[in-house]
Structures are given as structure tokens and as C-alpha cells.
Design a protein around this ligand. Sequence first.
Ligand code: FAD
Length: 228
Amino acid sequence: MSGKSRLLSLLGGLLLSEREVRAVRSLTSSFRLIELAPSSSGKSEGRPGDKVQVLLDGQDEVRTYTPIAWSNDGAMALLAFVHGDTPASRWAEAIEAGQRLRFLPPQRSLSMDEGPITLIGDETSLAVAAAYTRSRPGRVRSLIEIEESTDISDVANEIGLNDATIVKRSKNTPRGGALLDVIGDVRGPVGLTGGGELIQRVRTGLRERGVTDIKSKAYWIEGRRGID
Ligand SMILES: Cc1cc2nc3c(=O)[nH]c(=O)nc-3n(C[C@H](O)[C@H](O)[C@H](O)COP(=O)(O)OP(=O)(O)OC[C@H]3O[C@@H](n4cnc5c(N)ncnc54)[C@H](O)[C@@H]3O)c2cc1C
């Protein structure tokens, strides 16, 4: 058990929010959509770009996800990327409707100014792109790089990201390299999320093109565990 999950388990109800898992869908073999019932107040918690730190039942670990406001009744959804034999992937594959999910209440993570924005990232960034797109229709340009092995199918449409540019990275291309080929002109602030290597490469590429208004947030780092 990690130190953080031990502490959260001990403090339990004092700190944690709890919601019923209302539905779980395997959108593809790579993505599970976890829909959480509204809180008892019926009010939607949080803003786009917030994060929730989830206690992974059965794994004794804590991992971070981006809630998407899902319906007017205050329900929210998490989109979990299943990428290998890791605690978060095992948890995402095992979770079922009817279970209770415990998490730290939403906290600020990627805060973008009003107006048109560009969001760039990888599989783990689909949710933050969806959260902003649903709250600012027509004002969010999203570019997502995925690995060749990722099963994406219709996932972007399912979460309301119909206009996202999804680009596949071949094995020989470094992370972020495929994105730099398709980004083109960038207007307005940029939010850069996902793997650390992708962030570094894209940030450098954008700066070389004169883009300076960039907010970045690493969601995972090769070789490290549960970085948040
Ligand atoms: C603010 C924030 C918001 C996030 N929102 C989401 C979200 O909405 N949906 C989502 O799916 N993820 C999201 N993430 C990323 C997610 O938290 C991590 O991918 C997850 O913690 C990894 O946990 P793990 O148990 O799978 O792997 P860990 O035990 O943390 O890591 C083991 C190894 O797996 C590899 N690894 C980890 N993540 C990935 C990955 N994504 N792709 C390829 N290899 C990886 C690394 O090499 C790592 O060393 C978010 C992270 C942060 C910080």
C-alpha cells in the first residue's frame, strides 16, 4: 500500500467524496468510461480542468483522473486509459456498476483562460479536452497523439470530442513528434498535458515557432509510478 493510499484510507470519510458507479462501458480495449451518479446535493462539483485523486479499490493505490461533467443531473464521468499491467489499468478493467468510488474532491489542475484555446496531449488528455470542449463548444481545438497500438475507434465522438485531431505515432517516431507535424498555426493559449516526454518535445517545438502562452501539466512519466 502506498503512503498516500494508507493515509487516505485512515482519514476516510473526513476527506473523501464517495459516489456510486452508475455505469461502466468498455469503449474499446484501450478505454473504459466510468459514469458516476450525482452527489446527494445534485450539484455538479468542479470545473473543467479539475482533477480527482481516486482510491483504487483492490489496488491500495491512488491515481489521478479528469472528471467530465456528464449530464445536467450532476453526474460525471472518468475516461480511463488501459495501457498495460499497472495498478490503474487493472482497476479500470475490474470496476463495475454498483460499486462505490472514493476520491479526493475535485481540485484545480489545468486552468485555462476564457476564449479560444488549444489543448494538446495523449490518450490521458482526452478527458481534459472533452471537459473543456463540453463547457466551451466551438472554442477548443484539441490535438491528441496516440500510440499505434491504442484502440481508439469512436472514443473521441463518444465523449463529445467530434472535432479533435487524433494522430497516431509510429514506433520509430519519438513521443510528441507526430503532433508537431500536424499542429500548424496556433492561436490563443495552449494547454499541454500527458506524458512528460511528449510535453517536453511539443513545448520546445511550439517555442521555436514563437508560441509562448503555454501551460503544461505532466500526467505520467516513463519509469515513474503514480506521479501526482
Ligand atoms: C492531473 C492529472 C489528470 C489525469 N487525467 C487522466 C484521465 O482523465 N485519464 C487517464 O487515463 N489518465 C489520466 N491521468 C494519468 C494517469 O493518472 C496515469 O496514467 C496513471 O496514474 C498511471 O497509473 P498506472 O497505475 O497505470 O501506472 P504507474 O504505476 O503510475 O506507472 C507505471 C509505469 O507505467 C507507464 N505509464 C503510466 N501511465 C502511462 C500512460 N498513460 N501511457 C503509457 N505508459 C504509462 C510508465 O512507464 C510508468 O512508469 C491524469 C494524471 C494527472 C496528473
